[in-house]
Design a protein around this ligand. Structure first.
Ligand SMILES: [Mg+2]
Length: 460
């Protein structure tokens, strides 16, 4: 505001700071109201469209997938009609809070209108990755929502459209997710449908399998099989690799490649991996008590377990609980796991080494391991990948590679285990090349613990 002197000229200007900040706050409030839903505080459809477009642009740059999940509550009208709008509003608020708690930190949650919500999940590696998010949402609403002293079970009809496959702009993607949602509503609700028909069958199968995997651990459906490893010098079986199997009540034994990727994706691998480690140590302790010999047992680690920050402490705890000798435990990791964070790997391997546990590099020769790492890290065993063993003895390239790996390993004081040994010819070649140990069908398939004792020695 301007202040004038007696002659009417402007003498000075004054502003009242409070007024400005109040106005700014008011403008911010207006802006917030224009872009957010009053009842739930979530983004409204205006902000959603804007944020979705941003995510799609980012997806395009990063070559990743963005999924739009359109959710419509199945029973909202009934709640509203029977319990009144007040309760209906409270329910919507509670549902929005629960949804918000079960999405990933950077996912977008918006109220689209009425009882419709939209989740935007971006930066997905592929369309399958949405499974884990859907499963989490399913699980989140297994328990009722408590509103006005009532327990209300909430379920959704959901439709999913994926960028870039199902639409190139925000409007199209939302429309397609919406039409997929109508499809799942038409099928009776409480279901997810993808816009692309091909995705549905596959995703239904993955989703079903995922909830079964959650139960498998509780229901004791996982088993550990052991594949014997023999020392070539003595011909004796001295160890075994622990391999997880899933004994599904209806489908029988499920091959590992059908469920391990899902365990990885959902993070269940941490829990299941720890279970395998404990089971293997317990089994081998039992074996030692009955047979007098303590075999070396190799347990595979996943990238997630290795990066969890809890591995060293978990291994120590399992060894203490089971009384299994650390120098009989070997952990198998792949080259990729090792080099993804070299500093961290070095610390973990060092701690395991100090504990007396050995570490093997699995599938050696298939990754990008620099020889320098082998020298710098406390490793103990190299497992030659089966693809090289398969060509022995005839394939000259494979022969040269296996020979070089064995020479290199021995120079670095590492033991060599050849995997996938299926014939006497392969075995003899490996023996002549100075390989330390073999594993493969020639010696024995992965089998339950009892079979390990029956595995005979190798003939000389
Ligand atoms: Mg392995």
């Amino acid at each position: 505001m301007s202040h004038r002197d007696q002659n009417g000229n402007i003498a000075y200007f004054s502003t009242i700071a409070r007024n400005i900040s109040e106005r700014k706050q008011f403008e911010a409030e207006l802006q917030h109201q224009a872009t957010h839903d009053v009842l739930t505080g979530l983004a409204n459809r205006v902000l959603l469209a804007e944020q979705l477009q941003t995510e799609m642009n980012r997806s395009q740059r990063r070559n990743s997938v963005t999924a739009v999940v359109f959710l419509d509550m199945d029973n909202f009208k009934r709640v509203n009609d029977s319990l009144g709008h007040g309760i209906g509003d409270q329910l919507l608020q509670q549902v929005s809070v629960r949804l918000g708690r079960h999405i990933r930190p950077n996912d977008i949650l918006a109220r689209y209108g009425g009882d419709e919500f939209v989740i935007v999940a971006s930066d997905l590696e592929n369309a399958d990755a949405i499974t884990a998010i859907l499963d989490k949402l399913n699980r989140a609403f297994e328990h009722p929502v408590h509103v006005a002293r009532q327990d209300i079970f909430v379920s959704f009809s959901a439709g999913i459209a994926v960028y870039p496959d199902d639409g190139g702009d925000a409007d199209t993607l939302l429309r397609n997710a919406d039409s997929a949602m109508y499809q799942s509503k038409a099928d009776g609700g409480r279901a997810f449908r993808f816009y692309a028909p091909a995705m549905n069958e596959r995703q239904q199968r993955l989703l079903a399998m995922e909830s079964e995997l959650h139960r498998a651990l509780v229901r004791n459906e996982f088993v550990v099989y052991y594949q014997p490893q023999a020392e070539l010098a003595s011909g004796q079986v001295t160890g075994a690799e622990a391999l997880i199997r899933w004994r599904h009540p209806q489908r029988g034994l499920v091959p590992p490649d059908e469920f391990i990727p899902l365990l990885e994706e959902t993070g269940l691998i941490n829990e299941v991996g720890l279970w395998v480690l404990r089971r293997a140590c317990l089994d081998m302790t039992t074996y030692t008590q009955t047979h007098g010999l303590c075999p070396r047992v190799s347990v595979n680690l996943s990238a997630r377990q290795f990066a969890s920050g809890e591995l060293v402490q978990q291994v120590a705890q399992v060894l203490e609980e089971t009384g299994f000798p650390p120098d009989r435990l070997e952990l198998e990791i792949t080259e990729q796991i090792l080099i993804s964070d070299l500093q961290a790997s070095k610390a973990i391997l060092g701690a395991l080494h100090d504990m007396g546990v050995s570490v093997a590099i699995d599938d050696f020769g298939t990754g990008y391991c620099s020889l320098a790492y082998l020298k710098r890290l406390p490793l103990h065993v190299l497992k030659v990948d089966r693809t090289f063993v398969a060509g022995l003895p005839a394939d000259h390239n494979d022969l040269a590679i296996v020979e070089a790996i064995i020479l290199l390993a021995h120079k670095l004081d590492l033991q060599v285990v050849a995997e996938g040994v299926e014939t006497l010819g392969q075995l003899e070649t490996l023996r002549s090349l100075g390989c330390d140990m073999v594993q493969g069908y020639y010696l024995g398939k992965p089998a339950p613990l009892q079979a390990l004792a029956e595995t005979g020695a190798l003939a000389h």
